[in-house]
Design a protein around this ligand. Structure first.
Ligand SMILES: Nc1ncnc2c1ncn2[C@@H]1O[C@H](COP(=O)(O)OP(=O)(O)OP(=O)(O)O)[C@@H](O)[C@H]1O
Ligand SMILES: [Mg+2]
Length: 220
């Protein structure tokens, strides 16, 4: 059984006439890596929203680990919690993700939500800050950071949850060369350790590093 399975999904935004997806099917096995490509507006971000349970197909189905993910199923708190714990989602625009008063709290938010004890949360936050040299920014307000710094904080916040699936929307965009190389190495390590990685990117380096399968989205 695939870990992620879309079966003949159709999706349109309310205000729009043209659908983003029509009878679209895809599946991803546990531990697989997949790079999603496609021109601007072909639906990469929309696909990720569906996979994360933020948008729902008008027809067709989305199954995660055998369970159909619907708005009704996610309404139940315990379901939503279990589901989101397994999925880490890096938004294309990190501004959407950052809302805590400090960088430390931002990265600690997920582990606290999961109910981890304070010492373990602290360890995870320190470890994840160290991945991208964020320690000097710990007490800064995320909304005052530069674009690249925000991206690093958002990534650290995703990784602090240690999710089994990483869904990354343009993870390399806006990063300097050093951070980019660190992230490539890190993702390769995580994938090697068995994580399922889905990334929307136009950057061939990520596909090559992860030896990922490519899914090309086209416009309708
Ligand atoms: N909230 C929204 N309401 C209405 N239409 C939307 C909305 N978000 C996206 N769209 C439309 O849906 C289509 C797919 O957009 P989406 O953001 O998924 O593309 P993308 O492949 O991620 O593009 P990019 O490479 O620019 O990030 C586009 O035609 C876009 O205009
Ligand atoms: Mg996008």
């Amino acid at each position: 059984m695939p870990l992620i399975e879309l079966d003949r999904v159709s999706f349109s935004y309310q205000s729009e006439e043209t659908p983003v997806f029509r009878d679209f099917s895809m599946s991803v096995d546990k531990g697989e890596s997949l790079v999603i490509r496609g021109d601007n507006g072909t639906g990469k971000t929309t696909l990720f929203r569906i996979l994360n349970g933020l948008s729902f197909p008008q027809s067709g189905s989305y199954r995660f680990d055998g369970t159909e993910i619907t708005a009704a199923w996610l309404k139940k708190q315990s379901n939503a919690k279990r589901f989101h714990k397994r999925m880490g989602y890096l938004f294309q625009n990190p501004d959407v993700m950052l809302f805590n008063a400090t960088v430390f709290d931002e990265i600690a938010f997920g582990p606290r939500q999961l109910g981890l004890p304070d010492p373990e949360t602290e360890t995870r936050v320190r470890d994840c800050m160290a991945l991208f040299g964020l320690e000097p920014l710990a007490e800064k307000a995320p909304y005052h950071l530069s674009g690249g710094q925000k991206k690093k904080v958002a990534l650290a916040a995703v990784l602090a949850l240690n999710p089994e699936v990483l869904i990354l929307d343009e993870p390399l965009a806006g990063l300097d060369r050093k951070t980019r190389d660190q992230l490539l190495a890190l993702l390769s390590e995580l994938h090697g350790a068995g994580k399922t990685v889905l990334a929307a990117t136009h950057d061939d380096a990520l596909r090559e590093t992860l030896q990922a399968r490519t899914l090309e989205l086209a416009e309708y």
